[in-house]
Design a protein around this ligand. Structure first.
Ligand SMILES: NC(=O)c1ccc[n+]([C@@H]2O[C@H](COP(=O)([O-])OP(=O)(O)OC[C@H]3O[C@@H](n4cnc5c(N)ncnc54)[C@H](O)[C@@H]3O)[C@@H](O)[C@H]2O)c1
Length: 319
């Protein structure tokens, strides 16, 4: 069995995807990599780790050859708010690195997982029950790199027969690693601030409704998609997936069911608000459900309960 390489493994998703893959396929089968060296002690020395800058083809190729890699989960990217701040770097990292990963995959016969986003849609896309196949004219650099990435993955699949697969992920809620500068970071911060300070100042309006998903559902979805029989997949590279459609005031209300003294106020950041306003409020994920059986397990209530429980445990352990 060939190994799995995870790029950008030091981020919010990688922090939970790498342990999940190691648990499922064995510690030796998974190579974590990032441009940042992990904090000392974060990666046990017995497990495989490579420092890879994905904008350098030779670094990706060297690791793929050295570890006999057969599947690449390509997570390295700049997230939406950071990409808007540094559009040139975002183009190079988000699209340039995907192109290089696909080239290496073509030469070495690797399958590739590409995480697209609800940011791949734009203001002219229907915002409610956004269809799987619809207009995609994003107005952010992040969204532009995600649509182009979806198309590039389709191209490598049809032109070269590469096994490329992907999800349009919504905002992910998690408690292991902090979010990396996206438009839905508020959906993580609201929990950490609620547990620590009982109050949160949110950077988008109270009614900014977007799709969200709890990280365990997202990790399971990535692995299940990569394991799904290829013959069943019609939309290989850009499956809409969602679990929860919620606004800051919905999350605040749900948190108050557990922490009645929680308070929220708003200082709207125009840049991130404009990005949020250009994204869908909820997507239609029926293609993912039909083609490979996608089924999230967490709704707003169970995600909130688990987040508060896990963060509470962490806080008590730290004291
Ligand atoms: N987290 C979400 O809510 C979400 C939602 C939709 C899509 N996604 C996508 O999932 C992927 C991973 O997201 P995340 O939340 O873990 O992001 P993150 O910002 O937390 O982590 C990204 C990682 O990529 C690394 N990186 C940056 N430039 C690199 C380079 N040149 N070479 C190698 N590594 C590099 C960073 O060091 C970081 O550890 C991204 O493609 C993102 O667009 C995330």
């Amino acid at each position: 069995m060939r190994r799995i390489l995870v790029t950008g493994a030091g981020g919010q998703i990688g922090a939970e995807l790498v342990p999940a893959l190691r648990e499922r396929y064995g510690p030796d089968r998974v190579v974590a990599s990032d441009v940042r060296v992990p904090r000392s002690g974060a990666e046990p020395t017995a497990v495989r780790f490579e420092t890879i800058d994905c904008t350098h083809l030779r670094e990706i190729e060297g690791a793929v050859a050295r570890h006999d890699v057969g599947t690449i989960y390509h997570l390295a990217a700049l997230l939406s708010a950071v990409a808007e701040d540094k559009p040139r770097v975002a183009w190079e990292v988000n699209l340039g690195s995907l192109y290089r990963v696909l080239e290496v995959a073509r030469q070495h016969g690797c399958a590739v997982f590409f995480p697209s986003s609800i940011g791949a849609f734009g203001p002219s896309t229907p915002r409610d029950r956004t269809p799987q196949d619809t207009l995609q004219r994003p107005t952010t650099m992040y969204g532009i790199t995600k649509v182009a990435g979806e198309l590039l993955c389709d191209y490598y699949a049809t032109r070269f027969g590469l096994d490329t697969r992907g999800l349009r992920l919504p905002g992910l809620v998690s408690h292991v690693a902090p979010p990396g500068g996206g438009t839905t970071d508020w959906a993580v911060e609201i929990f950490t601030h609620a547990v620590r300070h009982r109050r949160y100042t949110c950077f988008v309006r109270p009614d900014s409704r977007l799709d969200l998903m709890y990280m365990p559902d997202a990790i399971r979805a990535m692995i299940e998609l990569m394991e799904a029989p290829a013959a069943r997949l019609r939309h290989r590279n850009a499956f809409n997936v969602t679990a929860v459609s919620a606004s800051p005031e919905d999350l605040a209300g749900e948190i108050r069911a557990h922490l009645p003294d929680f308070e929220i106020d708003y200082e709207v950041d125009p840049l991130r608000q404009a990005i949020a306003d250009s994204w869908p409020r909820s997507v239609d994920d029926s293609a993912a459900r039909a083609e490979w059986g996608f089924q999230p397990r967490y709704d707003l209530a169970s995600m909130t309960r688990d987040m508060l429980e896990q963060l509470g445990k962490k806080l008590r352990a730290a004291r």
